[in-house]
Design a protein. Sequence first.
Length: 336
Amino acid sequence: MTATRRFTRLTAALAGAAVLTTALSAQARELSISTVLSDAFPWGQAAEKWAELVEERTDGRLTMRVYPNSQLVNGDQTREFSAMRSGLIDAAVGSTINWSPQVPELNLFSLPFFMPDEAAVDAVTGGAAGEMVFDAIETRGVVPLAWGENGFRQLSNSQGPIDEPGDLEGLKIRVVGSPLFQDTFTALGADPTQMSWADAKPALTTGAVDGQENPLSVFDVARIDQVGQEYLTLWNYMNDPLVFAVNQQVWNTLSEEDRTVLREAAVEAGQWEIAMTREQESERLADIQERGVQVTELTEAQHQAFVEATASVHDEWISRIGEELVDTAREAIEAR
């Protein structure tokens, strides 16, 4: 073979490889994932895990880029679901709280003192009630794939220990943009102040608000104790499940193979994150106490006083959430 023919064949091979590379690149696709918190928190780590598994199992054909800190909605976490539904966001690992203004059924998890323990949460999310919630999400243009967990939310403040409803009288408590939270803290005599998470820490720093409520993971990682939150009450008044979801139109453009990968990776990432969040809970609490935070654990009688003080919230909200859904969830909890 002459040198000229070898050169011609080499050139043809290189050209073919370039065409193949271009074709593969054209087939590759990147989806955006929105989260409220970064990968310093379990929530953000769940999104990163999902992205990692998807890229690995599609050999890079499908990738997911995580956008933390609600940056795709300019810091307004309550707009995340609407942005995903409209297609501005491809996917999200989102909070039931933040999505509840658009999906009223998600308020199920925010009913005060409705979920007594982790077994109750699992019974609801893993049963018929969980399916009903997922159906409600899907009817609004978003495909839910799996559950994660932000955890039970605890109460902190800068003024003093809280172990009875009267201790909340007049305290300004930062809450997310959900009317149910407004009603809950109003029923307890507090002054609920709605603001995004991005604005919460500065408000705590200046004393514009006296307290806030969040899972221990958020209190710990965000070092809420450094902004005057010296008192922490463990009251488990609500749980905040996370949902892995994808925009309906994006979902419809994916092959069956890619849909399967997305769903299975979301389920695996969710299970991994739930286990991690729960395993770290006791260690986080110990670390918080070591930093000088005074922790109050409620007795059964004290807990019951808060339950009774917020009973009116249930009366107001059950019809909005859906009586059938609430009854189905209650049956699952009782049978756990």
